[in-house]
Ligand binder design. Structure first.
Ligand code: PLP
Length: 369
């Protein structure tokens, strides 16, 4: 195998549809219209149709989608939001930017929130559940929605890693009040820069987000609320439309690679990902667990294979959240995942030869210590 195999190769994703991307970029550049124009409008319609939601509002990032979601739901100081412990820290920031308090719940064996542990965390202050469809697999939405209904809680979905993932045939992002998406370049539907979106079936929420993203104004220079500047750029929207038109092919390609991984990685020192009944997995990441992770990372490095830890420090133990006062061992399952998970190379345009090499090297790994 020549050269190093990186955990991700965004260039390959570009070259796959190079002509279409380049043509679209030139079209937008030549149009003379760069913010909130026809590309954003068309992307919003097409992405709403893709998810099956009534409305989609393009935003500047996934983090913006998250905090604006809680903002328009009126969730803030004194309110509690339930979220899984093992998520990307941006999920938690979406809550805390609004001065609301995150209440962490341990994950299940599929790396999503353990629905059976939600109810014990509900208090009088609980206002919402933030469901993160981590790594690309849909969470256990049936019990989660049942609990939310019974306790009259809002549900926000963090779909930054789950574009196209379904639970019982329904797209993630359409179960709760608001679905939040990121189009960061490495996501399954990635832009060539930052981008995000909210989807919802509620026309009032659609309107509120639309106003909020544009300085709180519905009509130019008439401001209803103190809002943000959080708009998806025309050029990103145009490039996203190109990629969205190929989503089925892109999903299939990653699924095919991951099916090989599931079938052909046979080394008993790894815990391979499991797929939940009724859920689909769109494989944002292929995450294995290994008790000797440091040793594994060094071994892979020595064999020119890159890997990434998603994520080494759970939010409750991060310096940013030291003010929450949570100690080590507060969330043992979350922390054990943080100590053992590893994402192996997976990307659009990964050659069969690269896949073979990764599989062979993983199968040949032996624990030394
Ligand atoms: C990437 C990501 C975000 C943040 O999205 P940005 O567009 O990078 O701001 C939020 N939550 C999860 C789970 C993510 O993976």
């Amino acid at each position: 195998m020549k050269g190093k195999i990186s955990p991700n190769r965004l260039d390959r994703g570009f070259y796959k549809y190079q002509e279409e991307f380049e043509q679209k970029a030139i079209d937008v550049l030549r149009s003379g219209w760069y913010v909130l124009g026809n590309e954003v409008k068309s992307f919003e319609e097409e992405f709403a149709a893709y998810t099956g939601a009534k409305y989609c509002i393009g935003l500047a990032s996934g983090l913006d989608a998250l905090w604006i979601a809680f903002r328009v739901l009126g969730i803030g100081k004194g309110d509690e939001v339930i979220v899984q412990g093992n998520t990307y820290i941006a999920s938690v920031m979406g809550i805390t930017i609004n001065d609301a308090t995150p209440i962490f719940v341990e994950p299940d064996e599929y790396y999503n929130i353990d629905a059976s542990k939600i109810e014990e965390k509900i208090t009088k202050k609980t206002k919402a559940i933030l469901v993160v469809h981590l790594y690309g697999q849909a969470s256990n939405m049936a019990p989660i929605m049942e609990i939310a209904k019974r306790h009259k809680l809002r549900v926000v979905e963090d779909c930054a890693q789950s574009h196209g993932a379904k639970f019982n045939g329904q797209m993630t992002g359409t179960f709760g009040d608001i679905g939040c998406f990121s189009f960061y370049p490495s996501k399954n539907l990635g832009a060539f820069g930052d981008g995000g979106a909210i989807v919802t079936n509620d026309s009032d929420l659609d309107k509120a987000v639309r106003i909020f993203r544009n300085y709180g104004s519905e009509k130019r220079y008439y401001n209803k609320v103190v809002g943000a500047n959080s708009r998806l750029d025309e050029i990103q929207a145009g490039l996203l439309r190109v990629r969205l038109s190929h989503m089925e092919e892109l999903e299939q390609e990653k699924t095919t690679i991951c099916q090989r991984y599931l079938e052909e990685i046979k080394n008993p020192v790894f815990e391979l990902p499991k797929i939940r009944d009724g859920a689909t997995h769109i494989w944002h990441q292929f995450v294995i667990r290994c008790d000797k992770r440091d040793e594994l990372i060094s071994y892979l490095e020595a064999n020119n294979i890159g890997s990434i830890i998603h994520y080494p420090i759970p939010p409750h133990l991060s310096e940013a959240y030291s003010y929450l006062g949570m100690e080590k061992d507060a969330l043992p399952i979350t922390e054990s995942y943080a100590d053992t998970v590893l994402s192996i190379p997976l990307y659009i345009g990964m050659t069969k030869e690269e896949q073979d090499y990764v599989i062979d090297k993983l199968n040949a790994f032996e624990v030394q210590s």
